[in-house]
Ligand binder design. Sequence first.
Ligand code: ADP
Ligand code: MG
Ligand code: MG
Length: 865
Amino acid sequence: MATFVYDFTQGNKDMKELLGGKGANLAEMTAIGLPVPPGFTITTEACRAYLRTGREPSELAVQITEKLADLERRMGRRLGDPADPLLVSVRSGAAFSMPGMMETILDIGLNDESVVGLAAQRGESEHSAWDSYRRLIEMFGRTVCGVPSADFDSVKLLLDDPKELVAAYLKIFSEHTGQPFPQDPREQLDLAVRAVFESWNAERAVLYRRQERIPADLGTAVNVMAMVFGNLGPDSGTGVAFTRDPATGARGVYGDYLQDAQGEDVVAGIRNTVPLQDLERIDPAAYTELLGHMATLEAHYRDLCDIEFTIEHGKLWMLQTRVGKRTAAAAFVIASQLIDEGLIDADEALARVSGEQLAHLMFPMFEVGAATRPLAHGVGASPGAAVGRIVFDSRRATALAAEGEDVILVRRETNPDDLPGMIAAHGILTSRGGKTSHAAVVARGMGKTCVCGADALQVDVERRELTVDGRVLTEGEVISIEGTTGHVYLGAVPVVPSPVVRYFEGSLAPTADRLVAAVDRLLRHADERRRLGVHANADTGPDAARARRFGAEGVGLCRTEHMFLGDRRALVERLILAGDDQARDAALAALLPLQQADFEELFREMDGLPVTIRLIDPPLHEFLPSLEELAVKVGVAQALGQDPGTDLALLAAVRRMHEANPMLGLRGVRLGLVVPGLFAMQIRAIVRAAIAHREAGGDPRPEIMVPLVGTVQELETVRAEAEKLTAGFPVKIGTMIEVPRAALTAGEIAHAADFFSFGTNDLTQMGWGFSRDDVEGAFFSRYLELGIFGVSPFESIDRKGIGRMIRIAVDEGRATRPDLHIGVCGEHGGDPDSVHFFHDAGLDYVSCSPYRVPIARLEAGRAAV
Ligand code: ADP
Ligand code: MG
Ligand code: MG
């Protein structure tokens, strides 16, 4: 027979899945001798059975009866005894903390008779018994029977005698439910347990789980616990405590205390709390005892704990603890402190922080103390801090942005029509939707600050205004949004670079403050532990220099096409339009010294480290003017009887090169094999730059990477030509693996390659058969909503499908060439979860954008411990 009920003396902290976090930790506190009111936990398994069948499992009632009898024996009171009643709370508690999402009912066991008995016991403070009964009718009515809280609130203001309130509440209850308030204490208990089971599927709980990606089928445990009372006068009270500051990680006593109150009053914010330190004055003995328990818990959990406690007539009771949530900054600081305190080792500390937290610490942020009270709160959907003028539609967003204004696009929610506005905007703010909404998905894809679901905002797009808290903001007014916290502020909050970035940049010493010192320490440890190398994607000297300061051990991807933009575009145009060999050679000859200078700069900045240069990749028409614009221009000239001049030839060329699916067209190695001399020019530039740098006393380490190879013959052809050109300076020649066919024939391709680098952006596009630019804004949010994706495959590598191709290519490539050097240079190289996959798949390095380098270092270290 399954055990569905555990006494607090039977469980421990490792039983979260079965007992929920709250229950497991109550058991743990009981086991280590802290003063926890006795009680028992009904398992998540019982909840799952109830949710599956709509009925409590048949053994449950008997098991509750047994445990309740135990509890009554220990307390020397019976549940709802008319003379001296035992009261209990019925508290939800899932395996993952879902703060405030589900239900808790206090004071079960009170009825018309037992309240009189309790009042008699209470003597002078008899009113507190009636107050408890009132609370029970309200909580029970609301959570078990769905009586609207507004009905209770309406009389609460009119009556202040608790007895009269009880009478009024009982009336409201029976009017609303058609039943009298249940007087049988056991019936109250059973109904409350069932209500907690059902609260698992309450709308807000479902929404919260979806946003936090918590599985939907876990169910909640239910804790039944003897009531203790913080509302028995000035020598009683209730509070919350943190063993360190969850905002900064600073050591000390943090928390709030409320005298003469029940726990729910603190959360409800009905009365003003005092800082926990004040308890030292109010009740020194309880304060000292609490500090002792806090130290015990920290040493026991070896981490920051948060605590709920209640004092009843000077007696301290511990009602809840858990390893506390904390900000990204506090996570680093605390992990480092705990090493110093000998509670954890450096490997464990590494496990306690994450690349995502480090990423948060690297975004520019609002100046500390500069922000006033937020105007509204939403979901922090894409981190960063953005300040700008409010606009309500794409057209205004693009128009104002074109005038150089920073704008924040404000919408109820976004859809694909809003894309241009989202691109133009500095930040995005919506009043509806969460982390998987269209706005959130697209903003993250673009790396743009976004706050979603700020539901206090009423957005009126037609009238171009938004109303919040009775205040009307019109288009053009300035607001500030913080994508980490989800806060929205009125006016311009000053934005400053993050201290962590200033430390990476070298403008802040690692000893400058606690946070920077902690980041420095944990990154160093990650560097010691990691097996994966970390390179950067960089195309210019300054980018490469920054990447190196951030810890990059080479350039894993230099995109040479970026070097053909700006004023060099004209040269490329000449190359494309060349009518004969002579004209083409002249264009190439003009480009050669420019390319050479580019590479020399990179070799200088990355002296002694590998620089992997990808030969030109994108379709040539990207360098040409737009077909439509040019056609109009030529048409107008001809209509006016003017000579369109060179535009005519240009138009013909653009027409000729126009592709329906450029992503699958003439690009990469195909281009190199079709346009004579193009790759050769680039390879010459690489060799000359390397020789020049070596002659200047440097140590250049160029590598040549061929893009978009699908078959070994392509690579062999390029290689044969390249080897002739690199005779003066032997260079490694390798290929991107980004076409599915290349991954599946990697064993062959490895014969012609010194190294592989996975181009996971293209591999993802081609593997899934969708083009990123077209699909991300069009339907990804819908797919996330439907649960078809847990996360966009462009954000985090799809292990099952694309990952499988990667594993095949690694295995078969290395079977051909055991020393094959393998890396990845798609954006996934800087994604925490993907880094773990690349570690597991046996890659040698990841390459990512300079700002992601520290994140990849940290995660590569975490993957290795
Ligand atoms: P949540 O998970 O939303 O924090 P809890 O189950 O912790 O809900 O309960 C809400 C409040 O009720 C808490 O502040 C807690 O201190 C108080 N509470 C719960 N059980 C008891 C009890 N047995 N005696 C006194 N107060 C209680
Ligand atoms: Mg709680
Ligand atoms: Mg590619």
